[in-house]
Design a protein around this ligand. Structure first.
Ligand code: ATP
Ligand code: MG
Ligand code: FE
Length: 353
């Protein structure tokens, strides 16, 4: 089936055309992403109202471009998939409403996709990963472990009780005056820094639960920066490196625990860890996970970074996987600002819905 996917839940206006063949293999025919970084840069974060307006202004062009780059006509698509949540409600409404209009005028099914499900299933598009697997989603808005048992069959194993990991990078970058988005800037600064100079706390790490907490760590970084002010370039680099290293240890430790739980739940099954979200771009964290998975004999899958961050292909693909199971959410489907992955009724044709 040929799917048009639309993503507008945060600060990327994105559309893509993805084909899923009979055997379940996916091909990306186009994947157009317009980031709103410039619009929000002056505010140091995403402004919901500005985001919604930019989606309104750009979405039609982005869709037209995705269709053109795919070398198809709009009438050729078999279904429209759009993010229906979770996310900034104004933006979600722009994408979902546009998708409904297209589905109605083309008389094609509409598949309402959970944004997190898009992240969760991307590794099947890029790497053909088989169920079950463990997903670590680390982005600007989310940090969580999810057991992926099948399409629509998810179990949340823990997540952040305060800041998301990407958010922590962004806040640390801000207090070190490194600019927005913070992740790449902190990683760059950390290159010339000493990761052992400062010892930052690792909240919750002694506890068994698979949760994260990054807000106390961020405060410790702020206090350290204030104590040293004015900061030399070397101070900034050392703080960045120490913060990044602390985070890598936290993520690695939690991932080990999550993989152990996975192997208990699925004895004899190959352990698979799939990473999603913008923080997957961080080489220091990725290396920690590579080392962990190689010692544990687990398969580590990190999709190409443009597919780890928000994009339309992941929504088109999740839509294709759901469509193959018979999904058609109809034109009445509602946008949902909050929509955890383990909400009852995620399975296609689930009676619990
Ligand atoms: P959502 O959670 O809805 O997907 P988002 O758009 O904020 O929200 P992404 O686009 O997946 O999330 O990722 C952006 C986040 O990833 C930002 O917080 C950014 O700082 C972080 N990030 C990007 N590159 C790096 C990096 N090299 N190191 C650490 N963090 C990074
Ligand atoms: Mg984003
Ligand atoms: Fe996302």
């Amino acid at each position: 089936a040929i799917l048009l996917g639309i993503e507008t839940s945060c600060d990327e206006t994105a559309a893509a055309v993805v084909v899923r063949d009979q055997s379940g293999r996916g091909t990306i025919r186009s994947n157009v992403v317009r980031s709103q970084l410039d619009e929000h840069a002056a505010f140091g974060g995403v402004v919901p109202e500005l985001a919604a307006r930019a989606h309104v202004e750009w979405l039609d062009h982005i869709i037209a471009q995705a269709v053109e780059e795919a070398g198809i006509r709009l009438e050729d698509v078999d279904a429209i998939a759009a993010t229906a949540g979770p996310g900034l409600i104004g933006g979600v409404l722009v994408g979902l409403t546009t998708a409904k209009a297209l589905a109605a005028s083309l008389d094609k099914p509409l598949v309402a996709v959970n944004h997190l499900e898009g992240h969760a299933l991307t590794a099947r598009l890029t790497n053909g990963v088989e169920f079950p697997y463990l997903m670590l989603l680390v982005s600007g808005g989310h940090s969580q472990f999810v057991l992926v048992r099948g399409v629509g069959d998810y179990e949340r194993w823990g997540g952040t009780i305060d800041d998301a990991l990407g958010e922590a990078f962004d806040k640390v970058a801000k207090l070190l005056s490194l600019g927005h988005p913070g992740g790449p800037a902190v990683e760059q600064a950390a290159r010339s820094g000493d990761p052992t100079r400062f010892k930052f706390p690792k909240p919750l790490l002694r506890e068994e639960r698979l949760d994260f907490s990054f807000s106390g760590l961020k405060t410790a970084v702020r206090l350290q920066a204030e104590a040293l002010a004015p900061l030399s370039d070397q101070d900034v680099a050392d703080i960045a490196a120490s913060f990044q290293d602390t985070v890598a240890v936290i993520v690695e430790t939690r991932s080990r625990q999550a993989l152990e739980r996975f192997s208990q739940q699925f004895p004899g099954q190959e352990m698979r860890l799939v990473v999603a979200g913008g923080v997957a771009a961080n080489r220091h964290i990725a290396q920690a996970l590579e080392a962990l998975c190689s010692t544990m004999g687990a398969q580590l899958v990190v999709p190409p970074i443009p597919l780890c961050t928000d994009n339309g292909a992941m929504i088109a693909w999740a839509g294709a996987e759901r469509l193959a199971l018979g999904a058609n959410d109809g034109l009445d489907v509602a946008a949902r600002p909050r929509w955890p992955l383990d909400t009852p009724g995620m399975k296609v044709n689930d009676d619990a819905a």
